[in-house]
Design a protein. Sequence first.
Lengths: 107, 169
Amino acid sequence: MNLQAEIPLHYMIVLSTLLFFIGLVGVLIRRNLITMLMGIELMLNAVNINFVAFNHYLYPHRLEGHFFALIVMAIAAAEAAIAIALIINIYRKFSTVNVDDVDELKY
Amino acid sequence: MTGPKIIFFILAFSTILFSLLSVFDRRILRAAIYLLFVLVAIAGLFYMMNFQFLAAVQLMLYAGGIVVLIIFSILLTSQINSKLDAPKLMQILAASITALFGIGISLYTILPYVFTPSPATAVEVNMRNIGLQLLGTGEQGYVLPFEVISILLLAALVGIIFIAKRSRT
């Protein structure tokens, strides 16, 4: 299948740009830690689309974008797990996951 | 309109639609499910670009792992039918101005740019090539990032256990 003739690279870039900024809006307007984490996941996925699209369209003789996207996914998984451990711990201490109410450090 | 184009537009439209719903829905569990739909649509995009392995990893790791983790943490920290607070008007205004400004700048920079594809012949993306390159040490080997990722995952594992265990006090 010759994707280049059907769908220009710019379509993919416009899609990932929109997705990235929707994720950014999600991080900015929500005060709940879990929804902020979901916004970050959207942004990471937008970046992955960009890596894969550039790999497929411009440099098909190498697999750099492919491996970069794989590594981004691994880091996203580790980051989500740690973030959720922190969120559970914050919930134990403050009984809320609203970032505006979590306003003190250890002492 | 040809077949791939129609499929691309369906995937792109559902990605944007569900990500908007995921960001703006005030019922948090539904937002997580909309996030799942976004991730599945993106896996479809990877399939379209012939990266089958990456699409499978996307489905397993994101749709199978991260969304389940997020849903678990939602169920542990909030009532199932509680609604999020509506964001303040100032917040929505500031966020949308930031986003529109960013979209404008990015597209203004990128859209006129003419990309020139590399003339080299395409490498076939099959499991054999992926495995050889992922563990290769030669010209196109990626064994160093692979090992660094394994150390990162180990550190994350230890860190999660340390963070999430109850303190003794």
